[in-house]
Write a protein that binds this ligand. Structure first.
Ligand SMILES: [Ca+2]
Length: 179
C-alpha cells in the first residue's frame, strides 16, 4: 500500500517535472499588483488631470488593490505606464496580466521599447499591443510574447484605454518571464 502510494507520488513529481514551463526566469517588477498603490507607475498628464487610472480595492484580482481605469465618453484616453525593465534584443519574453472589463471598453496593454539613450523604438501594433476582451466579463489572464527589437535596452508596458469612448476596466497581477 505504502509502496504504491510512493510510486504514485513519484509519478506525479515526474509529470510535474515534464510540465515545467519554458519561461523559467521570472523578472523583478516594481509593484506589479498595485499593492503599493500606484508607486512605480506613471500616469500621463491627461490621465492624472482627469483621474482616469487609480488603485482601488474593487479592482483587485489578488491582494488588496488593483488598477481601475474609469473614463467617460468623449474624453482623453487613459495611460498608466510601468517602471522600466531592462531587456536584451532577440531574447524571448512573456508578459502576463489579469484583466476584466465591465463594459464595451477599448482597453489594453501596450509595450514601449526604448534604446540606451531613451529614444522610443517603434514596433508594429500587432507585436506591441494586447487589447482585452471588449464587453463585460470575468477575470481573464492575458499573455503577450515579445522579442525586443534590435537596439532595444528597455521595455515598459502601459495600461491604456482609447480616447473618445467610455471605459471601466480592472488590471492586476502583472508578471514578466524571460526564456
Ligand atoms: Ca493586487
Amino acid at each position: 500500500m505504502i509502496s504504491s502510494r510512493n510510486g504514485l507520488i513519484a509519478g506525479m513529481l515526474l509529470a510535474g517535472a515534464f510540465a515545467l514551463p519554458v519561461w523559467a526566469e521570472e523578472l523583478a517588477l516594481v509593484n506589479p499588483g498595485f499593492e503599493q498603490n500606484t508607486e512605480g507607475w506613471r500616469a500621463s498628464g491627461e490621465d492624472t488631470k482627469n483621474n482616469l487610472s487609480s488603485a482601488q480595492a474593487e479592482a483587485a484580482h489578488s491582494g488588496q488593490l488593483g488598477l481601475r481605469v474609469e473614463q467617460g465618453d468623449g474624453g482623453p484616453g487613459s495611460w498608466m505606464e510601468s517602471s522600466k525593465l531592462e531587456v536584451q534584443p532577440g531574447k524571448s519574453y512573456r508578459l502576463s496580466f489579469w484583466a476584466r472589463s465591465h463594459n464595451q471598453s477599448g482597453a489594453g496593454v501596450w509595450l514601449i521599447f526604448k534604446d540606451e539613450s531613451g529614444k522610443k523604438i517603434d514596433v508594429p501594433a500587432e507585436q506591441g499591443a494586447k487589447q482585452i476582451t471588449q464587453g463585460a466579463g470575468a477575470w481573464t489572464e492575458y499573455t503577450m510574447d515579445f522579442t525586443p527589437p534590435q537596439g532595444a535596452a528597455s521595455v515598459t508596458f502601459a495600461v491604456h484605454c482609447y480616447s473618445q469612448r467610455p471605459c471601466l476596466a480592472d488590471f492586476d497581477d502583472f508578471s514578466v518571464s524571460a526564456n
